[in-house]
Design a protein around this ligand. Sequence first.
Ligand SMILES: Nc1ncnc2c1ncn2[C@@H]1O[C@H](COP(=O)(O)OP(=O)(O)OP(=O)(O)O)[C@@H](O)[C@H]1O
Ligand SMILES: [Mg+2]
Length: 261
Amino acid sequence: MVEGHVTISELKKVYESGDERTKAIDDLSLEVPSGEFLSVVGPSGCGKSTLLYLVAGFLEATSGTIAVDGEPINGPGTDRGVVFQNYALFPWRTVMGNVTYGLEEKGVDREERRTTAQRFIEMMDLDGFEDKYPKELSGGMKQRVAIARTLAYDPKILLMDEPFGALDQPLREALQDHLLGIWSGLEKTVIFITHDVEEAVYLSERVMIMTRHPGTKKTAVEIDIDRSRSREEIIMSEEYTQTKNQVWQSLREETKPEAQL
Ligand SMILES: Nc1ncnc2c1ncn2[C@@H]1O[C@H](COP(=O)(O)OP(=O)(O)OP(=O)(O)O)[C@@H](O)[C@H]1O
Ligand SMILES: [Mg+2]
């Protein structure tokens, strides 16, 4: 059975607080086929995080629907795993405690929880830090714990909100390649938000560009790159450069003229 297909139809989100109404997402429709790696780029404040939280089920749509494998979503679920813009680890839990969290939610027994968690802790190069608390870790380590925590309970859909934004270049590149390995090995649907056009083109099969606030889908660009090559070969290639320029140009049109210095 095909799993992890996301269908977003005429989605609209208006935040209301007191008399204030902010339209964050306006009439957005999108299909993300099962197993696709989709990146989302758009100007700051255009509604990318809002979109992700709606798909995660943390926010309720004002109108429109989101369905996973044909079933409208109704709140959060272990079929969708979120990696937040700012780690969001549980400060009162150790690294091991954070990574086993989702497995507890799924009702996995203690022994198996620890074995599975250990596998993802090692995958993220965090072995030896199992008993540390988030406050004892660096930013990059916290982000790796957040990724391990999400991968450990095996959601069919990964929702990632600028997960590598705060990391230095070498770690960012290492985690990008790691994520690609995981994606191709585990056949997951990925919706990946980023500010970084190069990251979007390097990682994904398709990039959705959003309009400026209130955000909707502007266009989507298919990325046709042979990923069997090394990073160096890919970033030097004609297809990569051309696609990157195409996405960048489309995104630039959405930046407010006064912000274009
Ligand atoms: N809880 C909230 N209450 C009211 N308005 C909000 C709330 N969260 C976000 N917004 C507004 O919704 C719009 C979209 O915000 P969102 O965080 O989704 O943008 P974003 O594209 O993720 O931005 P960035 O790239 O800076 O992370 C913005 O105008 C923001 O001010
Ligand atoms: Mg955001």
